[in-house]
Design a protein around this ligand. Structure first.
Ligand SMILES: Cc1ncc(C[n+]2csc(CCOP(=O)(O)OP(=O)(O)O)c2C)c(N)n1
Ligand SMILES: [Mg+2]
Length: 613
């Protein structure tokens, strides 16, 4: 396939075969790993066997876990009853990684994977990752466990410290539903419900706390079979026809319509429908890096480049000029309008997110003014709007100026990293599974829904490595090269997630944009210093990760990955990236430590350091 054809195929979403990835020598199937000897168990005998059967009914391929005695019954059932298949265990070195892996898997597939965490302590370790998945509206089924609820059955000491009155309370504010079933039959029902609720929009994590005694009790009699599919009916939503007509009328008559393309699926037909809608309306489109790619960022109608915390100036100007705004489940309408300097536009909002909002956390953002609400998912609303708008008139698309990135001579910045990485990748399909806060949205166009998978969701630093392993797991064998660009702070908090990728032969390239600092917070300290007229040159104190510098490549190598670097000169990037990509094509996890100058994009720095607000 020549470069032009490969590019066309990528745009059209076909899988472009990568000769090395399809070579069996390089692709070790995960199913061949960690095989138990057959245990010869053919019928459910214990409570946890019934729970395992229910997990299999959810059709979940993997369960990422860190073990613990509270669920030793379930653990045994997964290995010796199900034979460590559907779901297959993925051992993780930290619960935060286990949950983050499920999160990353959902980012690619849109579907829940499972994670298992031990008692109160394992759940406590996992909480930040649950919060990230919640804010990112990503489904997963989390299984937890407690020491025997019946105090008489508790082993001395350890079962007592690992039994909490209301364990689900640890995550209730940021899960869609939780339960503590009291029998094998109830556990089956809970697992089916958890899978169904997690996968129904707005999606999110669910948690089930399995009582150790329920798991370990022998079944007095077989639990009667049920047709599990009937307990998880597909949920179809659609906006009422009059609301669609009202939205279409507003958009048809708009002079300066703007689409804020937010939380949408990874589906290519839905992507093409959004492009068709924007072209039909001549609407400008704004995207951001909080969520996965939602519109081609180098399309003539895309305004500016995707921003991180705020719209870039060109996008802000476009939003200010809008007379009708169509939000496709945009994460933060109010905040965006505030950054843009206000708006009197009529607003059409497409979302079901409000169904999830609760009183614990404010990730629902400010209450936006809405003139027409389409209470369905964007993937459903867009084709309905296209239909209501009728045939499109041919329309000339604006010509878009593409300014090449200006690279500062003699320095190694995140932009140098991005430009060299793009060169190394060439035309092959790539998924950016995570991006550092220092990333410049101008440096990498997105042309397919899988080109970029969005951020951690909850702003919990340390999500990047685990999320990327989960995404790479879902992409394994697809011909797409998964690439994570992590900040050094993010990488260091969760580097052991890479061991799981190495152990299960999940190819992944991790590039660390290593500014040897929790740099984000240097900018916060600079802002405070400006507000208080104190010396901004002290902003680095308590932020820099140096003296000693940490050997990130060695940390990667220690996990079974192949470590490269530190790269300290832009001139070395091409060679090192080529070697690292070759390692990934060989089925490895490769980590490249790139020592970049501390700094964010001009737009982000301006937003973060301005004196007011
Ligand atoms: C769990 C957690 N701890 C602390 C923070 C505060 N915080 C936000 S960004 C950031 C720095 C991240 O450093 P790094 O990943 O190296 O990115 P950089 O800003 O240096 O590019 C910190 C500490 C957070 N958001 N989450
Ligand atoms: Mg950093």
């Amino acid at each position: 396939m020549d470069a032009a054809n490969a590019r066309r195929a990528q745009r059209e979403g076909q899988k472009v075969p990568n000769p090395k990835a399809s070579n069996p020598k390089h692709a070790v199937p995960i199913a061949t790993l960690d095989r138990p000897v057959p245990a010869g168990v053919n019928a459910a005998q214990f409570g946890s066997d019934v729970a395992a059967d229910a997990l299999r009914a959810l059709d979940i391929p993997y369960i990422a876990l860190n073990p613990g005695a509270s669920y030793r019954g379930l653990h045994d059932s997964l290995v010796n009853y199900l034979g460590n298949e559907r779901p297959q265990m993925l051992l993780c070195l930290h619960e935060e990684s286990a949950i983050a892996i499920a999160h990353g898997y959902a980012k690619v597939t849109g579907k829940a994977m499972a994670a298992a965490v031990h008692s109160n302590v394992g759940l406590m370790h996992g909480t930040m990752a649950v919060f990230n998945a919640w804010c990112d509206r990503m489904p997963m089924v989390i299984l937890g466990a407690t020491g025997p609820v019946d105090a008489v059955k508790r082993r001395p000491w350890i079962d007592w410290i690992h039994t909490s009155r209301d364990q689900g309370a640890l995550v209730r504010g940021y899960t869609k539903w939780d339960d503590q079933p009291a029998s094998a039959g109830a556990a089956r029902e809970a697992i089916l419900r958890a899978g169904w609720i997690a996968n129904t929009a707005p999606r999110g994590p669910t948690y089930i706390n399995l009582d150790a005694e329920v798991q370990e009790s022998k079944l007095p009699e077989a639990v009667a079979d049920i047709d599990t599919k009937r307990f998880m009916p597909p949920v179809e939503d659609a906006a009422p026809a009059d609301a669609v007509a009202a939205a279409a009328a507003l958009l048809r008559n708009a002079k300066h319509p703007v689409i804020l393309a937010g939380r949408v699926s990874r589906d290519l037909d839905a992507w093409n429908a959004r492009v068709a809608l924007a072209e039909h309306l001549g609407a400008k489109v704004v995207t951001d890096l909080k969520v996965g790619a939602s519109f081609p960022t180098d399309h003539p109608l895309h305004a500016g480049v995707p921003g991180t915390v705020a719209p870039v100036p060109e996008a802000a100007e476009t939003i200010r000029a809008a007379d009708v705004i169509l939000s496709l489940d945009w994460v933060d309408i109010n905040g965006t309008l505030k950054h843009a300097g206000g708006s009197n536009a009529k607003i059409v909002q497409v979302t079901v997110d409000y169904r999830l909002h609760n009183g614990w956390n404010m990730d629902y953002q400010g209450l936006p003014p809405v003139d027409v609400l389409l209470a369905c998912e964007p993937d459903t609303a867009v084709p309905a709007l296209l239909k209501a708008l009728g045939p499109a008139m041919p329309r000339a698309l604006p010509v878009r100026k593409q300014e090449p990135l200006k690279l500062t001579e003699g320095k190694l910045t995140v932009d140098h990293l991005a430009v060299a990485l793009r060169r190394a990748v060439g035309e092959r399909p790539t998924s950016l599974t995570h991006l550092s806060l220092s990333w410049n949205g101008a440096s990498w166009p997105f042309r397919h829904p899988l080109d970029y998978l969005g951020s951690d969701g909850g702003g919990g630093v340390g999500g990047g490595p685990g999320i990327s392993v989960g995404a790479a797991l879902a992409l394994k064998g697809s011909g797409r090269l998964p690439i994570a660009v992590c900040g050094d702070g993010d990488f260091l908090m969760a580097v052991t997630a890479l061991w799981t990728a190495a152990h299960y032969h999940i190819p992944l390239l991790v590039v660390v944009a290593n500014n040897r600092s929790f740099f984000n917070d240097e900018l916060h300290q600079e802002r405070v210093a400006r507000m208080r007229n104190r010396p901004i040159e002290n902003r680095w104190v308590g932020q820099r990760i140096s003296e000693p510098d940490i050997d990130l490549a060695a940390m990667a190598t220690a996990q079974g990955a192949q470590g490269f670097g530190p790269v300290t000169s832009a001139a070395d990037l091409d060679k090192i990236f080529a070697e690292a990509i070759a390692a990934v094509d060989d089925g490895r996890v490769a980590v490249v430590d790139v020592r970049v100058e501390p700094g964010y994009t001009a737009a982000m720095t301006a937003v973060m350091t301005r004196k007011s607000e």
